[in-house]
Design a protein around this ligand. Structure first.
Ligand SMILES: [Zn+2]
Ligand SMILES: [Zn+2]
Length: 101
């Protein structure tokens, strides 16, 4: 059975989404502010990002000012999937899991 608290949390998240806010795992809530895509952005392996990936990073990557986590404000992936768009990363994750069984 769903607890009231759990439902309240879900409701909170949906409302935050609608208002363009992001809720961090630490409970901090803040505005999702898109920044300009950096064309010189590289991933953690030093590889240049694709146009789509850097655009996604500018639009979706957020940093919580309380716990200082970098994560995706759109698909809530932590840490942020640098080098991938949300869709690409989801695909990458599924194929990765498939391979590992
Ligand atoms: Zn946080
Ligand atoms: Zn994402």
């Amino acid at each position: 059975m769903e607890t009231f608290e759990k439902l309240q949390k879900q409701y909170y998240k949906v409302m935050a989404d609608k208002a363009g806010l992001v809720v961090c795992t630490c409970g901090n809530m803040f505005e999702l502010v898109a920044s300009k895509a950096d064309p010189h952005q590289r991933d953690d392996k030093g590889k240049k990002l694709s146009k789509e990936a850097s655009l996604n990073m500018g639009q979706c990557r957020v940093r919580c000012n309380v716990c200082e986590k970098n994560f995706c404000g759109k698909c809530h992936e932590y840490p942020y999937h640098i080098g991938y768009t949300c869709e690409e990363y989801r695909f990458y994750k599924t194929t990765m899991y498939d391979r590992n069984g």
